[in-house]
Write a protein that binds this ligand. Structure first.
Ligand code: SF4
Length: 400
């Protein structure tokens, strides 16, 4: 079988080699977006810039400074860009600096003002029959999947796939389909478990993931915050009523790949653009609603026409950079054992929350390839050799 062609992923590092705007991160953001060949954006195309605009005090998202530049580049094609996200994040986006004036284009709730502008689509995976796809995404001609990359406690990693796979659906899909898909494989046998033993299991979990309702004799595990320490399984020895295994965690990521495919299938292949910011990389995702220490140094910005390639490149760059151990929040029971071959996000969220699962499943579904060529633009080594302009501190007219 012939090997697939590697996809191109453009990369601009946060590091710069000259004291000059031409070598700066802003210039690199402009360039990586331009390199995607914007000629396939036609005049009057409606361009959905899907972002996560954060939530409450969660401000570590793609800065509006860069959103505005991407909007400008799209407008130069004669197209009509708009930023979109879930209705709640749109409604209070002003608190985090996103407005029509600052972004340079409207901000539109992705599922309408009451989260009901959706199209019911078939999912057919792990007991999830259908999902409610955001109507605004379906209506758009072009997708710019503009992502802030960070860790995620449910699936290890929030990147370009998650931005559309979860962010492209109504709240009932996000919370009642994705966040319950773990239970497609039964994990507790009520007939083997007494109320006393169930209470022992509850007490064994350092994360308070296990809930027991004695009146209904019902035990549930909140897999979103389980880091697979397996203390509950040890507490279950000799009884054997509990089961925690890879399938429980893979289900969420596989459903994300399916959700992303459904979104991408509504766009022509040449109308899909992916831009990912590897900056302010936090342990938890943007929707927790608070600021967090950055657990990986700022790396840069990536762009590609291939969602699988940009995700693989993001994971590889983060793995190469490693964790800033002193910044890891103490409530996370991180696995820093150097003898275990784990991605930094697995160290934070547990070995079974391997962020590669969604990427490989997306590749299997035909969304792209994990084989990629990383093309770094404006490398610091190159710009170091370029002469910066004179009088660079304030060359524009001032108030004085
Ligand atoms: S494996 Fe998960 S549910 Fe069990 S004790 Fe550890 S964190 Fe809690």
């Amino acid at each position: 079988m012939p090997m697939p062609e590697p996809a191109t992923v453009y990369f601009g590092s946060v590091q710069h080699g000259a004291k000059a705007a031409f070598a700066s991160f802003a210039a690199k953001v402009d360039e990586v977006f331009r390199r995607l060949d914007l000629s396939t954006i036609d005049k009057k195309d409606k361009v959905a810039i899907k972002m996560h605009l954060g939530f409450r005090d969660g401000y570590q998202t793609v800065p509006v400074f860069f959103v505005r530049r991407i909007v400008k580049a799209i407008k130069e094609r004669g197209a009509f860009p708009f930023v979109t996200d879930n209705p709640t994040s749109v409604y209070n986006a002003v608190a985090r600096g996103y407005t029509q004036e600052t972004c340079g284009c409207p901000i539109i709730p992705i599922t309408g003002v009451k989260d009901g502008y959706v199209e019911r689509v078939d999912a057919g995976l792990h007991g999830v029959e259908s999902m409610d796809l955001a109507g605004v995404l379906r209506d758009a001609d072009v997708l710019v999947d503009l992502t802030h990359v960070k860790g995620h406690n449910s699936c290890g990693f929030g990147g370009a796939i998650k931005n559309i796979a979860i962010g492209g659906y109504a709240a009932n899909t996000r919370w009642k389909k994705y966040h319950t898909v773990y239970s497609h494989v039964p994990y507790w046998d009520p007939d083997k478990c007494t109320p006393e033993h169930a209470k022992r299991l509850v007490d064994s979990c350092p994360y308070n993931c296990i809930k027991y309702d004695e009146g209904r004799h019902s035990l549930t595990i909140v897999f979103d915050v389980c880091n697979q320490c397996m203390k509950c399984i040890r507490a279950d020895e000799g009884v054997g009523c509990l089961d925690i295994r890879q399938e429980h965690f893979s289900a969420f990521q596989e459903l994300m790949a399916v959700g992303a495919k459904i979104v991408l299938d509504t766009f022509d292949e040449d109308k899909r653009f992916f831009v990912s910011f590897l900056t302010e990389i936090t342990a938890l995702c943007d929707c927790w609603g608070f600021g967090q220490p950055c657990v990986v140094n700022d790396i840069g910005v990536l762009s590609s026409r291939d969602i699988v390639a940009i995700e693989q490149a993001s994971l590889d760059l983060i793995a190469k950079e490693g964790l800033i151990e002193k910044n890891i929040p103490p409530f996370l029971r991180t696995n820093l054992d150097p003898h275990m071959d784990l991605h930094p996000f697995q160290r934070l969220h547990g070995p079974m929350k391997d962020p590669h699962i969604a990427v490989r499943y997306a590749e299997k579904l035909g969304l792209g390839t994990t084989e990629y060529e990383l093309v770094e633009i404006l490398r610091p080594e190159e710009t170091l050799k370029m002469k910066p302009p004179e009088g660079i501190s304030e060359t524009e007219p001032s108030f004085f």
